[in-house]
Design a protein around this ligand. Sequence first.
Ligand code: NAP
Length: 229
Amino acid sequence: MSKTIIIVGASRGIGKELLTTFAQNENFDVHILTRNISELASFSAFKNVNLSVFDLNSIHVKEDAEKLFSSLKKIDILINNAGKLVNKPFLELSHQDILDCYQTNVIGVMETIQAALPKMLEIGGHIVNISSVGGFQGSVKFAGLSAYSTSKAAVVSLTEMLAEEFKETKLKINCLCLGAVQTEMLEEAFPGYQAPLSAKEMAEFIADFSLHADRFMNGKIIPVSLSTP
Ligand SMILES: NC(=O)c1ccc[n+]([C@@H]2O[C@H](COP(=O)([O-])OP(=O)(O)OC[C@H]3O[C@@H](n4cnc5c(N)ncnc54)[C@H](OP(=O)(O)O)[C@@H]3O)[C@@H](O)[C@H]2O)c1
């Protein structure tokens, strides 16, 4: 049976590579929620790919997501990949910087999940939250990422909370805390930094994890990093 897969945040970086990976398989019904769908024009040729404009940085994320999900019978996989990174010294962070990180990385993710859950609880489904090693307790920390990394730590906690709250249902939810990956986000935040993995390599890992890991784990927080914490 075909799988319905939602990817939030896919106009570039890891999300775009996830889309590329899933789009190749016609058994996957792929729904992309992202702001800049114009970046994905080449995917309009794929009959199994559906592109929708969606902004996590909005006060009506839940309503927008509910509308987009309303025609779907089920959601097998939801990958919360979108992320907002601000790299600024703590004392220079504006209220807006903090709000943008938390709205996109935490509140938007929570409300997207609220909209998706009715399509996942009974039939079963796998939510994969994409966090960062910066949000993983005990990892090496980078100065300047206090708004971003604390918001990613909230995604870790959210994963554990929802696994507990919905443990009697068929939902599975796990969280991947990524180390450095060569993407536009990394290049903008740390110009010149060379990550050990490409977006394509990481996307292939995440795609495989999202398809299979729910048979083996629930509520797990996994650092996906070549360095030790
Ligand atoms: N790259 C790394 O080294 C690294 C390390 C640790 C964790 N991560 C995490 O991995 C995920 C993917 O990162 P990446 O490096 O591929 O980042 P990226 O190149 O900046 O891509 C982020 C994606 O998120 C989407 N997005 C951003 N704000 C959004 C919003 N308000 N609403 C909807 N979509 C939004 C963007 O698409 P639109 O602009 O079209 O909306 C874009 O496709 C993020 O959660 C990031 O925090 C990355």
